[in-house]
Design a protein around this ligand. Structure first.
Ligand code: GTB
Length: 248
């Protein structure tokens, strides 16, 4: 009892600063040590390439929640040497550090940050619906990534033609939900993910939202959130290419 703990140790992304209070518990006739921890937010650290790529939504969400983000940019040359790749759990970036927690997989990062900052629904059912929405955003993102990296020149026209079929369900969901968000009455990580993807799709096909009023107003509304707006107008963020091969 009453062990002193290392105040520099972190737990779950929080810096633990122990304050030890000794409180007598009379029924035990002995002293009991109560450790009270004051939690201080540690900044998030993101390691990734100098592209928006799979981190646009995460950056917007962190900005919206006023979270500090430290970025380690990896160049192609550094990546090509293989050491960083070998250090990544699944051989890929991005990597997010939150105190002692190290995460790979961009959607796991969105969930983690969403869970911590109240962007993962107000109960289990909402959380499951948000997961479902995010999985559907991921389905469309994978189609987009395939187009960009594998078949841009041959597949762009067909992709744009088919895009309305994929956007339609999201438009209907947003139109049906009075809040204008995908689920419930609060923005969730799936909203940020959809928003980021829609911005990319608008670059690919500037008119793609024209027949989807709910999606259009969703983009306008999310773009106008003050901290998101500030990030979108930030020069460093603006100059990041969307993708790694110059196609967009
Ligand atoms: N499912 C994973 C996730 O969601 O995080 C997918 C991660 C992923 O595809 N990572 C890519 C990667 O690490 C980078 S994102 N590629 C290197 C490798 O596999 O060795 C897409 C991407 C590709 C290329 C660049 N680029 O050249 O700058 C940037 C981004």
């Amino acid at each position: 009892m009453g062990r002193e703990r290392d105040s520099t140790k972190t737990e779950g992304g929080f810096i633990k600063e122990p304050r030890v209070a000794r409180t007598p518990l009379h029924f035990r006739r002995s002293a009991c040590t109560v450790e009270i921890y004051y939690y201080t937010m540690a900044p998030y650290t993101l390691t990734y390439f100098a592209v928006k790529g799979r981190c646009g939504a995460l950056k917007m969400m962190l900005a919206d929640y006023g979270q500090e983000l430290k970025e380690n940019l990896v160049t192609f040359d550094e990546w090509g040497k293989g050491e960083i790749k070998a250090s990544c759990l699944f051989g890929q970036l991005p990597k997010l550090q939150d105190g002692d927690l190290v995460l790979f997989q961009s959607n796991a990062m969105l969930r983690h940050v969403g869970r911590k900052h109240g962007a993962y629904g107000k109960n289990d059912c909402e959380a499951s619906l948000i997961d479902m929405m995010n999985d559907s955003v991921e389905d469309l993102r994978l189609k987009y990534i395939k187009l960009i990296y594998q078949e841009y020149d041959t597949g762009k026209e067909a992709f744009i033609k088919d895009l309305a079929n994929h956007l339609k369900p999201f438009d209907a969901i947003l139109a049906k939900n009075k809040s204008g968000f995908l689920v419930g009455d609060k923005i969730s990580f799936a909203d940020f993910n959809l928003f980021d993807l829609l911005l990319n799709l608008k670059v690919l096909s500037p008119t793609c939202l024209d027949s989807f009023p709910a999606l259009k107003s969703f983009v306008e509304k999310t773009s106008a959130r003050p901290k998101v707006k500030a990030l979108l107008e930030n020069d460093d963020f603006k100059k990041l290419p969307i993708n790694g091969n110059g196609k967009q």
